[in-house]
Design a protein. Sequence first.
Length: 264
Amino acid sequence: MSKDISKILEGWDYDPEEVVVRTIIGDDGKEKIQLRLDLGLLQMEVDGRPDGQRPMGFPSWLDYYEAEERRAKARGEVFELDNEAVARLWQEGIQYYHRYLSFWYLKRYDLCARDTARNLRLFAFIRRTVSDERQVWQFDQFRPYVLMMNARAVATPLLEAGKQAEALRVVDAAIEAIRHFLEQYGLEDQADNWAELKNLEEWREEILSQPGPGVPPESAHAARIALLQRRLHEAVQAEAFEEAAMIRDEIRRLLSESTSGSSE
C-alpha cells in the first residue's frame, strides 16, 4: 500500500484564510476529524486524546497527573510538576486546541464545549501545581480565549433553541471570568482593549437587541444601560468627547423610559 497522501488531499485544498476541516469514517469504523494544513493534515479521534493514545493507561496526561496529585495529597505531600510533565501537558493541550477549533467549525458545539472545558481544567491544574511563573503564564495567557470559545460553544445552541436568558447567563459568567483573570494578573487597565472581552460584550449586546422568550424587557433594558455606561467610560478615557456626549444622551433616554415605565 502506498504511503503517499496525495490521493487523500486531492480535491481538498488548503485555504490560509479559513479553517478547513471535515469528518471521515476510519478503517476502524469510527468517526475521525481531519484538519487540513498547508503541508498535509491532522487526523484526530473524536473522543479521548486526539491522537488516540492512553499514556500510562490513563485517558490523558492530565488525568494521569491529576491522579498523581491526589495520591501525593493522600500522603500529606506537596505535589509539583517537573519540566518533563509540563512539556507533556503543553503538547497535549495543543492537540485539544486543534480539536476544539475543528469542532467549532463543524458546528459540533457540544464537543467544542467539552474540549474547551478540558483545557480550562488544564490551566487550573497548572496554576495549582507549577511554581515557575513563566511556565504558568505559558498556559494561562490563553485562558481568556478558551473562556470565550467555551461560552460561545455553550451559548450558541441555547440561542438556537430560543433560550436567550440561559445563553446570557453563560456569556455573563465568561465575561466575569475574563475580568477576574485580568485582576489576577494586574491587567485591569487593559480591559477595554482585551479582544476576547470585547468580543463577548459585543455579542451580549447583539443578543439583547433581539430579546426572546425568557428575557424580561426590564432585564434587557438594564443590560443595555450597563453596556452604554461601560462604553461611556471608554469614550471618556479615549477623550472622544462627542461620542461620550451621545452615549450620555442615550443613557438619559433609557433611564427616563425606565422611570416612566415603573410609575405607570
